[in-house]
Design a protein around this ligand. Structure first.
Ligand SMILES: Nc1ncnc2c1ncn2[C@@H]1O[C@H](COP(=O)(O)OP(=O)(O)OP(=O)(O)O)[C@@H](O)[C@H]1O
Length: 262
């Protein structure tokens, strides 16, 4: 099978600083990957290169085996759920209205003069919420939702564009442990579905790599330190080396790996 995305010896330099060096990696349709790595190691830059928001300074990025594709069309098929999006959604827009805006690249339904959703758009949005067991959120203003519920609504919104790839950039940042655990259990159930979209999850926390996220890529100082099955990549030695700190133990429990620092 031709990879959905293939990076071949990719370099990325800005202001004479090498941010990404000689990165080669393949993402195949249906795979779910976690992207780990210390602050500033190049995770977001790698995603931007893979998704076509930045151009490499050297090497090649292939999408479905081709280098030259219409990037505007390609980007439309990527659901990128970043935390800055949460801050951009008007608080009084209802969850259903927020999901509807997944048909455009913008948020804020009441402020989009050129986008007048049809009844079918609203019906599709309701279906997206129903698919992920979140119909009860439809009539709630986005501003009153918990952080976990906001991520669920943005997930449904991303699915309005029928994405081939979902990118979740630190979705659990700022969640309390209960909200986080419920969100992760829900996410794991979504990603375990056979028709679930190919997914990349950026996180700083090893225990957020749920069993459905079968592959992990570890960035270190602009290079891939390791990439492959989560069970091989996420080990005590690699985590200690990546974060330059001691682990007393990396405990396996419930299909997840829990670091005990110190
Ligand atoms: N356009 C740019 N110009 C100059 N430096 C940049 C640019 N984009 C990124 N960098 C630098 O490249 C490095 C990698 O940034 P990147 O955002 O990819 O890291 P990250 O692993 O996602 O970090 P974090 O975990 O803190 O979000 C950082 O040192 C950052 O300051």
């Amino acid at each position: 099978m031709v990879p959905m995305i293939e990076l071949q010896a990719v370099d990325y330099t800005q202001q004479e600083t090498e941010i990404i060096r000689q990165v080669s990696w393949q993402l195949r349709t249906g795979e779910h990957w976690a992207i780990l790595g210390p602050n500033g190691s190049g995770k977001t830059t790698l995603l931007k290169l893979a998704c076509g928001y930045e151009w490499p300074s050297g090497g090649r990025v292939l999408r479905h085996g081709e280098e030259l594709i219409d990037l505007r069309e390609w980007r439309k098929r990527i659901g990128w759920i970043a935390n800055d999006l949460v801050g951009k959604v008007p608080k009084r827009d209802l969850a259903l209205e927020t999901v509807v805006t997944g048909r455009t690249a913008q948020v804020g339904l009441r402020y989009l003069p050129t986008f007048k959703p049809s009844e079918q758009d609203f019906a599709d949005a309701a279906e997206r919420l129903q698919e992920i067991s979140c119909s009860h959120l439809a009539e709630k203003p986005f501003g009153v939702l918990s952080q976990g519920e906001r991520q669920q609504v943005l997930f449904a919104r991303a699915r309005m564009a029928d994405p081939v790839l979902l990118v979740l950039d630190e979705p659990c940042a700022g969640m309390d442990p209960g909200v986080r655990e419920r969100f992760l259990a829900w996410l794991d159930a979504q990603l375990s579905k056979p028709d679930g979209p190919t997914t990349l999850l950026v996180t700083h926390h090893v225990e957020e790599i749920m069993p459905s996220i079968t592959h992990t890529l570890l960035m270190s100082d602009g290079e891939i330190a390791q990439a492959g099955p989560t069970s091989e990549v996420v080990s005590k030695a690699t985590i200690e080396s990546a974060y330059q700190t001691k682990l007393a133990e990396l405990r396996e429990l419930g299909g997840r790996r829990w670091p005990i620092w110190g």
